[in-house]
Design a protein around this ligand. Structure first.
Ligand code: G3H
Ligand code: ZN
Length: 285
C-alpha cells in the first residue's frame, strides 16, 4: 500500500532502525525496488530526484503515476519522495503527483540563504501536508562534480549550526554531511561516527544519510545504530543494473528483445535492494 515517508521514517527512528529510500529512474527501477522490498518484507521509499525528472524530458507525472500504481499494489508499505528539489515549480507538483514528502536542496547556498529558502519551502510544504527534508553541509558529488574526499573538512555538518537550522527552518528531517559522498562507485567511504553521535544527540529530527552507495555494510549498520533513520541509495542500483546488462549482452551478442536484458538488470537491482534493506532495516527478519 501507499503510505507516507513521514510515518515510515518516524517508525524507523523510534525503533533505532532506518528506512531505505531508493532513487528510481525507469519503470524497471520501480519494479525492482518493490520486488526487493517484498522479498525481505520491509517498507521502502521510492524517490524521484530532480535530475531524474530532467532525464524524463522534464516530466514528473509518467514516472510518478507508475510509482503510485506500484506502491498501491505492493505487499509492503511504500512511500513516494521527491528528492534533491531545487526548482520551486517541481516542488509545487509534489502533492498532486502522489508524493508525501520532498527533500528541498538549497545546500549549495550560503547558510542564511539556505535557511531562508528552506524555511519558505517548509512553510509551503506543511500547508500542503507534506513532510520535508533539507540539507546542511553539502554532501558532495552531485550533478557530476567529482566526489569530495570523504574526509574533506568542508563536507561536514556543524552540530550547533544544524540545531539552529532545524529550529529556524522547521524542517521534519535533516540530511547531514558525515563523510559520505554522492555517486561513489566503490564502497569505501569512512563515516565520522563521532560527529554523527553528536548530531543525533543535538537534533530532535530524524537524520538522513545521502550518498549511501559508497558506504560499506558495516559502516551503514553503524550509522543506523548511531542515529541515521533514512538511508538514500541511488548509484548502487545503477551499478547493479548496468553491470548485469553489460554481462548479459557480452554473453548474448545475438540478443535483440529488450526484455531479455531488462529482466536481468531488474533482477540485479532487486537483489541489491534486498541486500541493503537487510543491513539498514533492523526490524526485518
Ligand atoms: O539522494 C540520493 C542519494 O543521496 C543517492 O546517493 O547515488 O551516491 O547512492 P548515491
Ligand atoms: Zn542525495
Amino acid at each position: 500500500p501507499l503510505v507516507t515517508t513521514g510515518e515510515l521514517t518516524a517508525r524507523a527512528a523510534a525503533a533505532r532502525s532506518a528506512v531505505a529510500a531508493f532513487n528510481v529512474i525507469t519503470l524497471e527501477h520501480i519494479e525492482a525496488v518493490v520486488a526487493g522490498a517484498e522479498s525481505v518484507h520491509a517498507p521502502v521509499v521510492l524517490q524521484v530526484s530532480e535530475n531524474a525528472v530532467r532525464f524524463r524530458y522534464g516530466r514528473l507525472l509518467p514516472l510518478a503515476r507508475a510509482a503510485v500504481a506500484a506502491a498501491e499494489r505492493a505487499a509492503v508499505p511504500v512511500a513516494l519522495h521527491l528528492d534533491h528539489v531545487r526548482s520551486d515549480s517541481l516542488l509545487r507538483q509534489a502533492p498532486d503527483a502522489g508524493f508525501s514528502s520532498v527533500m528541498y536542496d538549497a545546500s549549495r547556498l550560503p547558510y542564511a540563504d539556505n535557511l531562508a529558502a528552506t524555511r519558505a519551502a517548509a512553510d509551503w510544504a506543511h500547508a500542503q501536508g507534506l513532510w520535508i527534508e533539507a540539507e546542511l553541509g553539502e554532501v558532495g558529488g552531485k550533478n557530476g562534480e567529482p566526489p569530495l574526499d570523504a574526509h574533506a573538512p568542508g563536507a561536514r555538518t556543524d552540530p550547533a549550526e544544524a540545531r539552529a537550522f532545524v529550529a529556524d527552518s522547521a524542517v521534519d528531517a535533516l540530511a547531514v554531511a558525515v563523510g559520505s559522498s554522492h555517486a561513489m562507485t566503490t564502497r569505501t567511504a569512512a563515516l565520522d561516527h563521532e560527529l554523527l553521535k553528536e548530531l543525533s544527540g543535538t537534533l530532535d529530527v530524524p537524520l538522513v544519510l545521502h550518498g549511501s552507495s559508497g558506504v560499506p555494510d558495516d559502516e551503514l549498520a553503524a550509522a543506523v545504530a548511531g542515529g541515521i533513520a533514512k538511508v538514500n541509495v541511488g548509484t548502487a542500483l545503477n551499478i547493479a543494473m548496468t553491470g548485469a546488462i553489460r554481462e548479459y549482452l557480452a554473453a548474448h551478442p545475438e540478443a535483440v528483445d529488450s526484455r531479455s536484458y531488462l529482466t536481468v538488470g531488474r533482477e540485479a537491482m532487486a537483489r541489491t535492494v534486498a541486500g541493503i534493506l537487510g543491513v539498514v532495516d533492523r526490524t526485518t527478519s
